[in-house]
Design a protein around this ligand. Structure first.
Ligand code: GAR
Length: 215
C-alpha cells in the first residue's frame, strides 16, 4: 500500500475523488496527510471527515518561496510518502522542491497541455474558438505546468458553452482521470523514466499521454 500526501489550496473535489477511490478499493494506497497553504478551505474539512491528518502551512508567514517550500518538505517527509498529489494547489514550487519529489509528484491541470498553462484556461479555450478542451494529469518537473503527461481527457466544447459550463464538465473528467493516474502509480504501472518519458505497463506513452475518452 502506497502512502500519499495531497496538497490543496481550495475545495478539494479532486482530493475527494481520490479518497473515494481508495475507499472503493480502486486505489491501493492511503492518504497519509493533506497539506493546505490556506486555512479554512473546504478540502481540509473533507480530510477531517475522512480521518486524514491535516497540515496548514500559510505561505504568507514565510519571507521566501525557499523557506515556505522547505517547511512543506519537512512536514511532508515526516509522513514518508511514496507519492505527492497536487490537487488544486495554487502555489508555484521551487526547483529544489520539485527535484526532491521528481518522479513521484503528480499534478492535474484544467487544459489539454501544452495548451493553456496557467489560469483561466476554460475562458481562453472558448475565446480561441477551440473545438476541444479538457484536463491533464502530468508528472511535475521544473517547468511550470510543463511536465510529461500521464493522462489526458479531451472534452468537446459545445456551441453554447461558457467558461462555467465548460469548467463543470472538465471538473467531472478530472474526477475520473486523477484517481486513475493515482491507481496506476500505486500499482507500479505508471512511472517517469530518468530520461523524462512516461511509461504505462512498461510501454512509453506518446507526449499527449494516455487518452481517456468519456462515454
Ligand atoms: C482543478 O480544476 C484543478 O485542475 C485546478 O484547480 C482546480 C481545483 O479543484 N488546478 C490548477 O489550475 C493548477 N494550475 P478542486 O480543489 O475542487 O480539486
Amino acid at each position: 500500500e502506497k502512502s500519499i500526501v495531497v496538497l490543496i489550496s481550495g475545495s478539494g473535489s479532486n482530493l475527494q475523488a481520490i479518497i473515494d477511490a481508495i475507499a472503493s478499493g480502486q486505489i491501493n494506497g492511503r492518504v497519509a496527510a493533506v497539506l493546505s497553504n490556506k486555512e479554512g478551505v473546504y478540502g481540509l474539512e473533507r480530510a477531517r471527515q475522512a480521518g486524514i491528518p491535516q497540515i496548514v502551512i500559510n505561505h504568507h508567514l514565510f519571507d521566501s518561496r525557499e523557506s515556505f517550500d522547505s517547511a512543506m518538505m519537512e512536514a511532508i517527509d515526516a509522513h514518508h510518502p511514496d507519492l505527492i498529489v497536487l490537487a488544486g494547489f495554487m502555489r508555484i514550487l521551487t526547483a529544489d522542491f520539485v527535484r526532491h519529489y521528481q518522479g513521484r509528484m503528480l499534478n492535474i491541470h484544467p487544459s489539454l497541455l501544452p495548451k493553456y498553462k496557467g489560469l483561466h484556461t476554460h475562458q481562453r479555450a472558448i475565446e480561441a474558438g477551440d473545438s476541444q478542451h479538457g484536463c491533464t494529469v502530468h508528472f511535475v518537473t521544473e517547468e511550470l505546468d510543463g511536465g510529461p503527461t500521464a493522462i489526458q481527457a479531451p472534452i468537446d466544447i459545445l456551441t453554447n458553452d461558457d467558461a462555467d459550463s465548460l469548467q463543470q464538465r472538465v471538473h467531472s473528467a478530472e474526477h475520473q482521470i486523477y484517481p486513475l493516474a493515482v491507481e496506476w502509480f500505486c500499482a507500479d504501472r505508471l512511472a517517469l523514466t530518468v530520461s523524462g518519458a512516461v511509461q504505462l505497463d512498461g510501454a512509453t506513452l506518446a507526449p499527449e499521454g494516455y487518452q481517456f475518452i468519456q462515454e
